[in-house]
Design a protein. Structure first.
Length: 508
């Protein structure tokens, strides 16, 4: 992609357009008028993941000149939380991980070497106390239901939220990845693989499983969520190489489920489509926003980057994922945003050698989720990937090597021993990402308290890729004064002000 870094236009004494103020307030020079017009028509999006990039594209569709700020070295790079995920388009994922009785299960999950909930010990854990208190409070049945219904209002429109953005960028999601494929062998593969999704259960017919399924369907009120309970024979009929033990409880089958063969491929294609339509991208220190303040023109805000440069705009969107909390605090909103650290491992493609291998079905044809293990295994382009786990520990600590080993062993345990034909694990692709999460598992989407024209779009926990499109569409509509089409009250940044577990910490 062409990463654009356009020098700021200078006027009177070398100040940038965003910093310019006329010497004579009554005088309207041509450069001032041009500067104000540029500010009014501009937008800046902070964060280059699926959520931020989708916001940028939807704003561009509505006529804004958009600058995308990415603190990493590139949009679509390996560092991004949007790049190392399982690729599943989780339109069914409205039931949060918070659930009644989790407080009783959590200690055992943490202590177990196979537990889905882990802890990376460090100084950050003390800072997570309010988040943990909020997460436990969100386990009440009424709170779980509230979260599930709110997420459902977004998930029902998740794919539709992307369609206009993909069309704008010239992307056929069911077309070939081409130059964006991770290797030549998969260049003819489509971005999307529509093969359904399996959610393994201890017992698909027990009360917990049935209650969660009912909540999924209720969250899709007004839509039709196709999900079917399969017994062991049904599961193994779809994925014959799964082991007897992991399939004996059955699974929920989502016939319309689909996944990306390579998340980075789509992210890079969207990036290039955005740039081709005139969008600008600034990366590294030039794109790392350090502060937000009132601008010098009426109704504008000024963003200051790490390298000292300033950009003034009429609309700013904070979509920096787990790194959004400090910017939101500057905008008047102290929020209990933290991170659920997630891991992924990948096996390189195994090239069939014998005739039997060449005619045998692949070891895995669609994503399979181990709800007990807290991870998903997906047959990606270039190899099988296992992604998941929830690790508490913040964004400063590096990866814990034991988690990669845990994912490796747990993935192998899903399959019959003689059927695990994924090739060698590519340790160069071992990956750690930071899921931005609020205690109630709902994102923050709405206006900041201090600046009318600063909008929030972060905290999408495990489903940022899925909700990126609809979030972008909603945020862009808000930016131009249109009806967002979604009730945003459940996602308000002000929703925590009344929470007893947060009031004590909000003033610190």
């Amino acid at each position: 992609a062409r990463v654009v870094s356009v020098p700021e236009r200078r006027h009177r004494g070398g100040a940038s357009v965003g910093e310019h103020t006329c010497v004579d307030a009554a005088h309207r020079c041509g450069a001032c008028a041009e500067a104000m017009a540029a500010v009014r028509s501009s937008a800046v999006v902070v964060g280059g993941g699926f959520v931020g990039l989708s916001c940028a594209i939807h704003l561009q569709r509505l006529g804004k000149h958009v600058i995308l700020m990415e603190a990493g070295p590139s949009v679509g790079g390996l560092h991004s939380c949007s790049s190392g995920n399982a690729g599943t388009f989780a339109f069914y994922a409205n039931v949060p991980t918070q659930r009644p009785g989790l407080w009783r299960e959590a200690p055992g999950m943490i202590l177990s070497t196979k537990g889905a909930l882990r802890v990376a010990f460090g100084s950050h854990l003390t800072k997570m106390v309010p988040w943990c208190l909020g997460a436990l409070a969100s386990c009440a049945p009424s709170e779980v239901r509230k979260t599930a219904l709110a997420l459902g209002t977004l998930l029902r429109h998740a794919e539709a939220g992307y369609n206009d953005a993909w069309e704008h960028c010239g992307i056929d999601i069911d077309g070939e990845m081409g130059i964006y494929a991770p290797n030549k062998a998969t260049a003819c593969d489509a971005f999307a693989a529509r093969r359904g999704y399996l959610l393994l259960q201890k017992d698909v017919h027990n009360q917990n499983s049935q209650s969660a399924a009912a909540l999924r369907r209720e969250g899709w009120s007004g839509g039709s969520l196709k999900m079917e309970a399969l017994d062991q024979s049904g599961v193994r009929g779809l994925e014959p190489h799964l082991s007897y033990d992991v399939t004996k409880g059955g699974a929920w089958w989502f016939e319309d489920g689909w996944f990306l063969k390579n998340p980075r491929s789509l992210l890079r294609a969207m990036r290039d489509g955005f740039v081709a339509k005139g969008g600008e991208i600034r990366c590294g220190d030039f794109g790392r926003v350090e502060s937000v303040a009132h601008g010098t023109t009426v109704g504008s805000v000024r963003l200051t980057m790490r390298d000292g440069t300033n950009t003034e705009t009429n609309t700013a969107v904070i979509a920096a994922g787990a790194h959004s909390a400090n910017l939101a605090k500057q905008c008047g909103d102290h929020l209990p945003l933290d991170t659920e650290r997630g891991y992924s491992v990948q096996w390189s493609s195994c090239v069939p050698e014998t005739e039997t291998e060449k005619t045998s079905p692949p070891a895995l044809t669609r994503p399979v989720c181990s709800s007990e293990g807290g991870f998903i295994v997906s047959p990606m382009a270039g190899g099988v990937r296992a992604a998941g786990l929830v690790e508490l520990g913040g964004i400063e600590l590096g990866p814990v090597s034991k988690r990669f080993t845990q994912l490796d062993h747990a993935t192998r345990a899903l399959f019959d021993p003689d059927a695990f034909a994924f090739g060698e694990r590519d340790t160069q692709n071992d990956w750690l990402g930071f899921r931005p999460t609020l205690p109630d598992a709902l994102p923050v989407i709405g206006k900041s308290s201090k600046f009318e024209n600063v909008l929030y779009a972060f905290g999408h926990q495990h489903i940022g890729w899925t909700l990126g499109g609809i979030t972008g569409r909603v945020v862009a509509a808000m930016a131009v004064g249109k009806n967002p089409g979604v009730d945003l009250d459940p996602f308000s940044p002000k929703r925590f002000a009344s929470k007893a577990w947060w009031r004590l910490f909000a003033s610190l």
